[in-house]
Design a binder for this molecule. Structure first.
Ligand code: ARG
Length: 424
């Protein structure tokens, strides 16, 4: 790299884990095959005179051709391109804890926030395996993903450094395209003209997010072309479908009585939800970096499995467990949203979630119809429920209706005393 730009990048370093350009010799690049990371692949070789090893992680994002991505990386000068199928690990170690924690941030189910710590963990593994000194990623300086990736690398591998070229290279989309033309980097057209910016997409088997273009105009209702996964509810089938989902200890294990491996189960639930228009969320989030940003999410699997799981959990838990857990869930989701997957409190909370979920076995029927998923049946051997107690019939057994007035007198005692003090 020229002395000039080296000096410039040096001045911009603010954190201890940011790479000193002079010490960058071999870089592990998190490579998606898209415009940013393809330009980056060339740019790192040129600007840093460094070698680049690519890593592409399959988290179940639909429609990827990994052979094409690998071939592109090699043609752009990567020493090697490792494609890792991490779907099973993602489903077991990241999605399952999220299900057990009923993980929502604001109104949407976390999915990008679950994928990033795994992607960054794999980047650390492959960087070490291939002798890299630095990890490069394609995140901008405005999002949460940079936080999730860099916090993970800095936590797991203090010896590795990070570069995030998009934060510093000052190229806009036009300049990147010009750079790509100049350096023989093929650009896959996103359907529209080359000059029209595509949506910014992130997806995995638990969800898909779109940002950019008209989505930034809060007053602009969703255009159908953003929905690449979920059928718009207006065009969903006129017949409802009921999915019977069986859980064992909080883990979804069967659909309609058929036992399935976790990844396949998640994919099948996603497909059913997508068919019925389920899981569209139009959401404005409060980002960790201070911004408010609108996203359009498509989360068909999560929009079905989370309510189904929560329903069963509430049925087998007591009122006290249910009230307590909701607060811990919010804390869990916020830690994970905010990039602190490796924070010990998350593991502490998981231990609680695990313990509660020991009880969560049973079956939930959930009806899918034109954008809605509604629980219609539930059965659980551990339900803290007795139909004869709940019914309006005469008292008997554990419940005596004649005891209720005495309960009400004592239950309302302090509130009545205080009301009188303040109002008389
Ligand atoms: N805003 C969401 C989140 O922070 C989704 C981010 C999607 N990432 C992306 N690079 N498009 O979880």
């Amino acid at each position: 790299m020229s002395e000039d730009s080296k000096a410039q990048i040096t001045t911009f370093r603010t954190a201890s884990y940011e790479a000193d350009p002079a010490a960058v010799h071999r870089v592990l690049l998190l490579y998606s095959g898209g415009l940013d990371t393809s330009v980056m692949l060339k740019w790192i070789q040129d600007e840093y005179s460094a070698e680049v090893v690519c890593l592409t992680v399959n988290l179940g994002q639909p429609g990827e051709d990994y052979a094409v991505i690998e071939d592109k990386a090699l043609r752009l000068g990567a020493l090697e391109c490792n494609v890792v199928d991490a779907r099973e690990e993602f489903a077991r170690e990241y999605v399952l804890p999220a299900i057990k924690a009923n993980a929502l941030y604001g109104d949407y189910p976390l999915f990008t926030a679950l994928g990033r710590p795994l992607i960054a963990k794999l980047a650390v593994e492959y960087a070490r395996k291939t002798g890299c000194d630095t990890i490069a990623h394609g995140c901008t300086g405005k999002g949460n993903d940079q936080v999730r990736i860099e916090a993970t690398v800095a936590t797991l591998a203090p010896e590795l450094k990070v570069i995030a070229p998009v934060r510093s290279w000052q190229m806009g989309r036009e300049e990147e395209i010009a750079y790509a033309h100049e350096h023989g980097i093929p650009i896959k057209s996103s359907g529209g003209a080359e000059s029209e910016a595509p949506y910014s997409i992130d997806d995995n088997l638990w969800g898909r997010s779109s940002e950019g273009r008209w989505i930034e105009d809060l007053d602009h209702a969703p255009q159908d072309d953003v929905f690449q996964l979920v059928t718009p509810p207006e065009r969903a089938p006129d017949e409802a479908e009921v999915l019977e989902i069986e859980f064992e200890r909080g883990v979804p294990v069967a659909l309609g009585g058929e036992r399935l491996e976790l990844v396949e189960l998640l994919e099948r639930v996603a497909a059913a939800g997508a068919r019925h228009g389920v899981g569209i969320v139009d959401h404005i989030e409060d980002r960790i970096v201070g911004l408010k940003v609108r996203d359009i999410y498509e989360v068909p699997a999560a929009a079905i499995l989370l309510p189904a799981h929560r329903e069963l959990e509430r049925l087998v838990c007591t009122i006290h467990q249910n009230q307590f857990k909701a607060g811990l869930e919010r804390q869990w989701a916020y830690l994970v949203y905010a990039g602190l997957w490796w924070e010990p409190l998350r593991a502490d909370l998981d231990a609680y979630m695990e313990h509660v979920n020991e009880l969560v076995s049973g079956t939930v029927g959930i009806k899918l119809f034109k954008g809605h998923a509604r629980v219609v049946t539930r059965s659980a051997p551990g339900a803290v429920y007795d139909a004869s107690l709940a019914s309006f019939a005469e008292s008997g057994g554990l419940f005596s209706q004649t005891a209720s007035p005495g309960f009400i007198e004592l239950w309302s005692l302090q509130s009545r005393m205080a009301w009188r003090l303040h109002n008389e």
